[in-house]
Design a protein around this ligand. Structure first.
Ligand SMILES: *Cc1c(COP(=O)(O)O)cnc(C)c1O
Length: 390
């Protein structure tokens, strides 16, 4: 064999039996060879074996398996972003003529898919308030509904959905229930009869703000439908990304615990500060969702949403004077982040739905990171002094 040929045909490394890498290997290959045309046909038909990484890849598959087991579900599909997970789920399970019930408080880009993308395909929706169970039941009675889509806690207002009520009503009226579980975390709500769980892995699972991903988890039959759609549409996760998410996952529980502890400390300090009109954190006894959170959530999360006294201009001064909180999108990172009211104004809602969404120009969503809690509190207090005086 000449060198030009040898370069193209080097065999992959082979390890003796029982000799495994300790850290997840990255199968950075688009293509996988099989022994025969018969085996290749079988792999292409989805009957075992890897052939092309848009359909399956061993590193990506390993991530799917660990995520499914953490959420206590039969299977999972991972894709290239959280919003891809939302979109693929909606497109996989809904057809022309179907109806979805969602909530006005839902993450803006998810609402955008319901309002714009699905509408183009003749899929209708109704948005009710996450707090109004009667309106949910009325909506389900009024129109045959294929899916109820909800979040808990919601982004950005930090409201909790009563999962027992929502899943019971969805089942009673023959609808699939899907939760976006990003805020609650990768292990949360496993004991509820939810049909599908969707996550943005970009947030606390990846955890370091350097990688994007999404996951859909649930029972086999539904996950298979979602996987078929994901392969058809192509928003795959690449193996290097899967490796990074997997690496983030290794420290997920300790990071999550530390961020939640910091969030509680920040929430308590802000609650005691008279310049802050409202602190929305389910870990506070004063929070209207506290009792539900104690029943439902494994922890209270790392997001604290606040509303300041004073006008919109004072709120801008506050945001601009923070030194440790970066004004960037995203959450669940190691650094603390802030997104302020003008950036969170909900689009495409009626006046009534905007009241339910409960976000004003003086609202701020804080994502609490791993800094020292006292430093974070000092930073918030000095910015409050700049904005609203001592
Ligand atoms: C961020 C987020 C998403 C979208 O995830 P990306 O990875 O940014 O695409 C979906 N749902 C919720 C609740 C989120 O916070």
């Amino acid at each position: 064999m000449k060198n030009a040929t040898r370069i193209q045909h080097q065999p992959p490394p082979s390890l003796q039996d029982g000799n495994e890498p300790l850290v997840m290997p990255i199968y950075q290959s688009v293509k996988f060879e099989l022994e025969s045309l018969r085996d290749t046909e079988s792999a292409w038909a989805g009957r075992g074996g890897y052939h092309y990484s848009r359909c399956a890849n061993p590193t990506v598959r390993a991530l799917e398996e660990v995520l499914a087991s953490l959420q206590n579900q039969e299977d999972a599909v991972v894709v290239g972003s959280g919003l891809a997970a939302v979109a693929v789920t909606l497109l996989a399970l809904l057809s022309h003529g179907d109806h979805v019930v969602g909530f006005a408080q839902t993450y803006g880009p998810t609402r955008g898919l319901l309002l714009n993308t699905l509408a183009k395909f003749g899929i209708t929706h109704q948005l009710v308030s996450i707090d109004d169970h009667q309106a949910l039941e009325t909506a389900l009675q009024a129109k045959q509904t294929k899916m109820v889509w909800f979040e808990s806690p919601t982004n950005p207002a930090n409201k909790l959905a009563d999962i027992s009520v929502i899943t019971r009503l969805a089942k009673q009226y023959g609808a699939i229930s899907v939760i976006d579980n990003t805020f609650a975390g990768i292990e949360a709500h496993a004991e509820y009869p939810i049909d599908l769980y969707v996550h943005s892995l970009t947030k606390s699972v990846g955890g370091h703000g350097d990688v994007m991903g999404g996951a859909i988890l649930g029972r086999q039959e539904l996950v298979d439908q979602v996987r078929t759609q994901a392969i058809a549409l192509g928003p795959v996760m690449d193996p290097h990304t899967a490796f990074l998410v997997h690496r983030g996952l290794k420290s997920y529980k300790v990071r999550r615990r530390a961020c939640c502890e910091n969030a509680l400390a920040v929430a308590m300090a802000l609650e005691a500060d008279k310049r802050v009109a409202r602190v929305r954190y389910p870990g506070l006894q004063s929070d209207p969702y506290h009792r539900l959170a104690c029943q439902q959530m494994p922890d209270f999360g790392s997001v604290v949403t606040i509303d300041l006294h004073g006008d919109a201009d004072a709120s801008r001064v506050f945001a601009d004077h923070l030194e440790l909180f970066s004004q960037v999108a995203s959450l669940g990172s190691t650094e603390s982040l802030i997104v302020s009211g003008p950036l969170m104004q909900p689009h495409g809602l009626t006046a009534e739905q905007r009241i339910w969404a409960d976000i004003s120009p003086t609202s701020h969503r804080l994502s609490i990171g791993l800094e020292d809690a006292d430093d974070l509190i000092d930073d918030l207090k000095q910015a409050l002094t700049q904005a609203l005086g001592a």
